[in-house]
Design a binder for this molecule. Structure first.
Ligand code: HEC
Length: 133
């Protein structure tokens, strides 16, 4: 086989799998069995500071159930004044921007995390969060 053709073919197969995963990412599934297999793995970047179980506070608030809600609503977590005052609702668009560059979207917030530059990884993380109850 032609050596140069290989990466292209691998890319095509990977793309087909990724598109398949997106098509199956229906709302209403729980994070734990989300059909996007990359979602759970991608969330590990956040899990050091964020639980996926409601009410469990780590360095940051639990991310369970925040999808679709206004920012800074987790009970028992002391948000920075910056995030508490941010008039944001967490939908795919705002989450995508925040995860890409937290400091740019909410200047002065206390999440010490530079952000995720890969859009596919951000999408997987948001899929996972969307499935959390
Ligand atoms: C080093 C710890 C740390 C990491 C890693 C981290 N976060 Fe955070 N995150 C925080 C803290 C602390 C806050 C609260 C910030 C504040 O009050 O200003 C926060 C807040 C948030 C909020 C707002 C929550 C709300 O209730 O409105 C979202 C959304 C969020 N993080 C998503 C993520 C995602 C997604 C990742 C992984 C890509 C991530 N974080 C990684 C510490 C972290």
């Amino acid at each position: 086989m032609n050596k140069k053709a290989m990466p292209v073919r691998r890319f095509a197969i990977a793309s087909a799998i990724a598109i398949g995963a997106l098509l199956f990412a229906a709302p209403g599934v729980t994070g734990a069995d989300a059909p996007n297999p990359k979602a759970r793995v991608a969330f590990q970047a956040c899990a050091a500071c964020h639980s996926d179980k409601a009410g469990v506070t780590r360095l940051g608030p639990s991310l369970a159930g925040i999808f679709g809600k206004p920012a800074a609503q987790a009970k028992g977590f002391r948000y920075s004044p910056a995030l508490a005052k941010a008039k944001l609702r967490w939908d795919r668009k705002t989450l995508d921007a925040f995860i890409a560059n937290p400091k740019a979207v909410v200047p002065g917030n206390r999440m010490s995390y530079p952000g995720v530059s890969d859009p596919a990884k951000r999408a997987a993380i948001i899929d996972y969060m969307q499935g959390l109850r």
